[in-house]
Design a protein around this ligand. Sequence first.
Ligand code: SF4
Ligand code: SF4
Length: 213
Amino acid sequence: MVIGGGISGIQASLDLAALGFKVYLVEKEAILGGKMAKLDKTFPTNDCSMCILSPKLIECAREPNITILSYSEVKTVSGSAGNFQVILKRKPRYVDESLCNGCGACTAYCPVKIPDSFNQNLSSASAINILCPQAIPLCAAIDKEHCLFLTQKKCKICSPVCLHGAIDFTQSEEELHINVGAILVTAGCGIFEAKIAGQYGYSRYKNVITQWS
Ligand code: SF4
Ligand code: SF4
């Protein structure tokens, strides 16, 4: 099991799968990609971040040795090396992953617009949303804090709009029990405090920026 679906976890899963291991790739967010999916150019080659990441995301989705468990968090781990018992919490998307094809029709009709946290709140997103066009899994998820049906029992516009019958308000949090031989933690990194590198003038000059602010 690889915990963390950012670039480290993705590459580790692909390498392990290529060696013939079966991998559960566990990610707490609705999609894989982590911080790298949100970056623009990357140091030192100035390559587009998504240009590096997207082929790996697709490879992950197509690799038969990898099972992607997004929107999932580890609750407990017991056992020892070679035989771990893991209980995962799977959050409800209120969208059936096996039916949604990521067409985005529901997002266009949803009347609720909220700041798009994936885009650092610089744009808006719907209460039912696919975080980015290259999302893996390419499946919508409903924000239960803002959806009118889940908060006030109103609306349900997305339900008939979805021609694939993928909207499923009956979903609830589920537990998944899996057995794995080894666990690799690739839980990601924090954001660098740019003020520490004072020589660049971050926070003193308006036009000195980071990838995040
Ligand atoms: S839930 Fe339905 S309408 Fe929305 S993206 Fe998925 S398939 Fe398209
Ligand atoms: S039911 Fe919720 S997610 Fe669906 S369209 Fe209405 S507010 Fe949006």
